[in-house]
Design a protein around this ligand. Structure first.
Ligand code: IPM
Ligand code: MG
Length: 348
């Protein structure tokens, strides 16, 4: 029996989470795997109850779980309500820090049934490996007397750890790593390059290259299919993964896995709380559903259950089901998309 902490959070988080749970329940029925779900509050939803974005009770539930499924957090863009002030930093970033989730995996694929804004993206299969527990997001952030300061810091060991993960994944893929930095300006970038070069020596079968982030942002759109595994510091991985979502059709399609060195994981869609469309039953639940699939694979080693979800999502898309963000076929609601995918599980 697997215990899963369910942190639905804010905005579209709860409605897409419901769809992921439908799909996991379908898996449970067909494969006989037993899941037990434990709801916990996070973000603005936790603030309403505890005046705390990441309450102790949530921490306890996460501690006792075998994995965490996470929806999204945060309020309307630009809101200065106390509830939303520092909400992301105090909830999802604090959670990443609390469990030291330093590895963030964001797979991106073009889908033959989905149109892409690029004319001819080719066959894209990219794995973003983003460092998630360090860098500028975790340095001090302050504004004093009209001067703002954000500190970026990386140690060799942090860089080495994420680099090894990227090269190990590349070994199981097309054996190509592109490490992205800003070594022409930042000291962190220079150290990043030095450490990656050292780690690469242990993986002679992997072809690797360094690329400056500004150039990478351009090359990825120009010729996305030349890339395989992208190794990135926290901030660049955040930005480049949003850029890559265009190739998958929509940010709502992208799942992610955040894993620590003990193998404990948190699974969340790569996109945010999308408050502008929240509560309307129009959000795309696929990124959340695929995050559940990644949980089965990376936390529970349930490969055939993982495959069943991947195939169920593909079949829903092949049959023309579309949420509004990827619409060119039958536009369906969040909940219908969840139903269609959950029902398709029994075919695989
Ligand atoms: C992501 C999100 C978060 C991040 C935000 C919500 C803090 O954009 O997971 O990509 O920047 O890491
Ligand atoms: Mg982001």
């Amino acid at each position: 029996m697997k215990k899963i902490a369910i942190l639905s959070g804010d905005g579209i988080g709860p409605e897409v989470m419901v769809q992921a749970l439908k799909v996991l329940n379908a898996i449970s029925q067909i494969y006989g795997t037993e899941f037990k779900f434990f709801d916990a509050l996070i973000g603005g939803a936790a603030w309403d109850e505890y005046r705390d974005h990441f309450p102790d009770e949530t921490r306890r539930i996460c501690n006792e779980a075998d994995a965490i499924l996470f929806g999204s957090v945060g309020g309307p863009v630009g809101s200065d309500e106390e509830k939303w002030r520092n909400c992301e930093v105090n909830s999802i970033l604090a959670l990443r820090k609390a469990f030291n989730f330093n590895v963030n995996l964001r797979p991106v694929k073009t889908h033959e049934d989905l149109p892409c804004v690029l004319k001819d993206p080719g066959d894209v299969d990219i794995l973003c490996v983003r460092e998630l527990a360090g860098g500028i997001y975790f340095g001090t952030h302050e504004i004093n007397d009209g001067v703002a300061r954000d500190v970026m810091e990386y140690s060799s060991s942090e860089i080495e750890s994420i680099s090894r993960v990227a090269f190990e994944f590349a070994m199981k893929r097309a054996k190509k790593v592109t490490s992205i930095d800003k070594a022409n300006v930042l000291a962190c970038g220079r150290l990043w390059r030095e450490v990656v070069t050292r780690v690469a020596k242990d993986f002679p079968d992997v072809e690797y290259e360094h690329m400056l982030v500004d150039n990478a942002a351009m090359q990825i759109m120009k010729n996305p299919s030349r890339f395989d595994t992208l190794l990135m510091p926290n901030m660049f991985g955040d930005i480049i993964s949003d850029e890559l979502s265009v190739l998958a059709g929509s940010l709502g399609m992208l799942p992610s896995a955040s894993i620590n060195t003990e193998g404990f994981g948190l699974y969340e869609p790569s996109g945010g709380s999308a408050q502008d469309i929240a509560g309307k039953d129009i959000a795309n639940p696929i990124g959340m559903i695929l995050s559940g699939a990644m949980m089965l694979r990376y936390s529970f080693n349930m490969d055939k259950e993982y495959e069943a979800i991947m195939k169920a999502v593909d079949s829903a898309l092949r049959d023309g089901y579309r949420t509004a963000d990827i619409a060119d076929g039958k536009v369906v609601s969040t909940s219908v998309m969840g139903d269609v995918i959950a029902k398709a599980i029994s075919n695989f």
